[in-house]
Design a protein around this ligand. Structure first.
Ligand SMILES: NC(=O)c1ccc[n+]([C@@H]2O[C@H](COP(=O)([O-])OP(=O)(O)OC[C@H]3O[C@@H](n4cnc5c(N)ncnc54)[C@H](O)[C@@H]3O)[C@@H](O)[C@H]2O)c1
Length: 355
């Protein structure tokens, strides 16, 4: 059993639920600088060990893992502090929102001997797990191409104080999910190009960066992929279109994993067509609170995998290197939006001495 503490109690709510429900984790303390929120969570979970001071987590020798759910622009500093204090780290996506600290964090992870795991939660959702297992078992043959999107009406998010900052980008916050799917299946993306814009809804709200984006990718072996993100407009009914989806087209079959809908479809190489949905047992496990804004089940899946990796000494993926690879891809995507040019990922990595 691993002793865990949680920093940032917005999305950290899912992690509290996951830790308390897991036999592999022992929740020691929760932390948010907003004391009201600490009290609210303490009440909600009847768990009363909270602090508003991150230092209390860092200096508590009982804590082995710190799980970080602060705003994107604070992750780098919070991860750095955790490693400097000898803690294993779980950091939610996007791992960092700028590569300038990447080298330092990799070196720190190496010198501390501690593990860093990136909470790419969507990989740990039931339909995505099933799609990966089928793919690994050769059900659709060799991968030809992959398409992924994350489309959601996230106008409610614009009420958060950090959403209207110059450094808040849905490119990192939202597209880190489908971009991670692409890298999960095609790790060696060589080039990217894309277009983006701020929609009239985003402009009205005062958003500073793109809320509507489409990208295409080319891998080193010539295979291509595409990703899109749309965040300030209504969505299609879920029976017609999933908010987040990953489609694999293979030499002998194809598959599609739909996230919130807990739906998966596949055409196998034997010509079988299957649509799989998961019922109440899974819905209750994944969605523990009202609505679908938090999905604690996938957090429990990844936290238990990370706890196993510490206990059994294996690498849990995405690790820090894979996470930084995805951030490099996101940074290249950002650059193609700004320049209108095709961006090579290696040029970005070289700039930050990462290759
Ligand atoms: N599916 C997913 O994996 C998923 C889903 C949603 C959000 N997230 C990520 O979780 C992170 C948080 O998002 P959110 O929606 O919960 O934002 P939020 O603003 O609701 O919550 C962040 C919390 O961090 C606290 N905080 C900030 N600085 C702090 C400090 N120095 N010490 C202690 N507490 C501090 C804030 O008070 C706030 O309560 C983001 O990086 C976001 O991208 C991941």
């Amino acid at each position: 059993m691993q002793n865990i503490a949680i920093l940032g109690l917005g999305e950290g709510r899912s992690t509290i639920s996951a830790s308390l429900a897991s036999k592999k984790l022992n929740l020691v303390k929760i932390c948010d600088k907003n004391e009201e929120l600490c009290k609210q969570r303490a009440e909600e979970f009847n768990f009363h060990f909270y602090t508003t001071d991150y230092n209390e987590l860092l200096t508590d020798p009982a804590i082995e893992i710190i799980a970080i759910y602060t705003p994107d622009h604070l992750h780098a500093e919070h991860v750095k502090q955790a490693l400097l204090h000898g803690k294993h780290v779980v950091c939610t996506k996007p791992f960092i929102d700028d590569l300038s600290t990447a080298r330092e964090l990799i070196e720190l992870a190496q010198s501390s001997g501690k593990k860093v795991f990136i909470g790419q939660s969507s990989r740990f959702f039931e339909p995505m797990k099933r799609q990966r297992t089928d793919f690994d078992n050769g059900i659709i043959g060799e991968l030809i191409t992959i398409e992924a999107h994350y489309h959601a009406d996230h106008r409610w998010f614009l009420e958060k104080e950090w959403a209207l900052r110059d450094d808040f980008k849905w490119l990192y916050g939202g597209l880190s999910h489908p971009a991670d799917f692409i890298r999960w299946y095609l790790p060696d993306i060589e080039e990217v190009m894309g277009y983006g814009m701020i929609s009239s809804n985003g402009k009205k709200a005062g958003l500073k960066n793109e809320d509507t984006m489409h990208f295409i990718f080319k891998a080193k072996d010539g295979r291509i992929a595409r990703v899109s993100g749309v965040y300030t407009s209504p969505t299609q009914p879920p029976t017609r279109d999933s908010g987040m989806t990953c489609i694999l087209r293979g030499t002998e079959g194809a598959s599609q994993a739909d996230y919130h809908e807990l739906r998966y479809s596949v055409t196998t190489k034997e010509g079988e067509e299957k649509i799989i949905t998961w019922g109440d047992k899974h819905k209750d496990y994944y969605f523990r609170f009202s609505g679908q804004s938090h999905h604690a089940g996938e957090y429990q899946n990844y936290l238990e995998y990370f706890a196993d990796s510490i206990e059994q000494n294996f690498v849990a993926y995405p690790d820090i290197k894979e996470g930084i690879g995805t951030v490099a891809l996101l940074q290249a995507m950002d650059r193609t939006l700004k320049t209108g040019k095709i961006i090579k990922i290696n040029d970005v990595l070289k700039e930050y001495s990462l290759i």
